[in-house]
Design a protein. Sequence first.
Length: 463
Amino acid sequence: MNKTSGKKLNTSRYGRVSTKRKFDEEFDTVLRESSEQINEALGLSPKGHNFSLETDNLTMRNGKNHGYCIGDMVWAKTGKYPVWPGIIISDPESNKFFKKENNGSNMLHIYYCNDAYRRNWIKLSQVFDFSSKNQILAEFPRTTTQISRSKLKIKWHRAVDEAECLAGMNRDNRISEFFTNNFLPNVNVPLLDNSEVNTLLNKSTKDQTLNSDTIQEARSTPNVNTCIKSTKSKKQNVNQKKSTLIVQQDEMSSKEHPRKLIPELCKLFYTNGWVTGTGGGISIKLNDKIFIAPSGVQKERIESEDIFVQDIDGQDIEVPPIEKHLSKSQCTPIFMCSFSERNAGAVIHVHSQEIVKLCLLNPENEIRIRDLEIIKGVFNEEKSKFYDNDEEVIIPIIENSKYEKDLVHTFMIALKKYPQTSAVLVRNHGMYVWGKDWKLAKTQCECYIYAFNIMIFKKLNNL
Ligand SMILES: [Zn+2]
């Protein structure tokens, strides 16, 4: 592999290919023509750049001949990180995939495979043609040592698997697939049809008004990226080629995306005294993805990128940036019990003092709440309805263990023995509470802790 990025191999079975290759010539033509068509469809000046590829990108590619283009698969090496596979896609803020720094450095914008939202500008000299795993390991022998930590090793190999899969696709499908894999957890990305031209333009729609005749918004859920599909305009020439645009906007446009909700709720729980001393946690299910807060961190300072995502089988889908050295919540095995056994949509684990105090006052293996209006906010899972205020809520208490994962066995027994319950207390420790969604889990947690306070007051005052 040639490390001098300006002098690339002429052929490659992976993403980057020589500019002499016919495919690239066609690709350039496609980009220009599509850009013109889109401008025309939007009523913009053909020479305008309101909705076109940046001229720099095109001229830069041909004029300066650095040889890379949007959609190319590459290897990138930054700092102490192992060499990592990625794909060249425009920076969503500047809408450029190439720039020249004041110091003269040529920079490319790269999104990394299987590395949860990691992207950056990287010097051209640190970007290498995509090649096989064996080739890159021979080229960068320290990689084997760098990925010796088991978690990183698994992540690296998954990233390479993803990259190799993407590299086997044509350029436009590859970009679409990459966003599907990494950025669009719940969006049906418009499938590219087999028309002659399918062009993906990565362009922010900020400050733009889209013509509804020609552009239809294909946002399947309100909480993630926006996909905009360009349909054939009646005004367009019959020979025009159909274009598909996928416009990336900020992910998680909804405030209720788990990546936004979890940091927000953890901050609230910290204020409530529910997750003091880095304890406790929360997990939210969205379709087939389980979002989980990290373990042992300042819960009020969790950021969106710190969230782990796994599937229902426990397979990691997205993980936080490596440099943050985060680990998944220790409560994960219990969270998963609630998801699988109770079809929960969200599970909260709190370490509030009220729970510990109440368990101290109550040596039994269950808590009985009655004569409180607040229990109307508690859901009876067996009867699939909220409790009436003249009913009794019974919550099991299981004994604590050295590690959270060791609670699974007794937690499962409690679920079976108390089919109506939506919470399990852990003596001297805290509580797990769940609901069909995060709102119900949170509401019930509030109701339980309110009731526990009253019960403590009653016990201490012999009422
Ligand atoms: Zn705990």
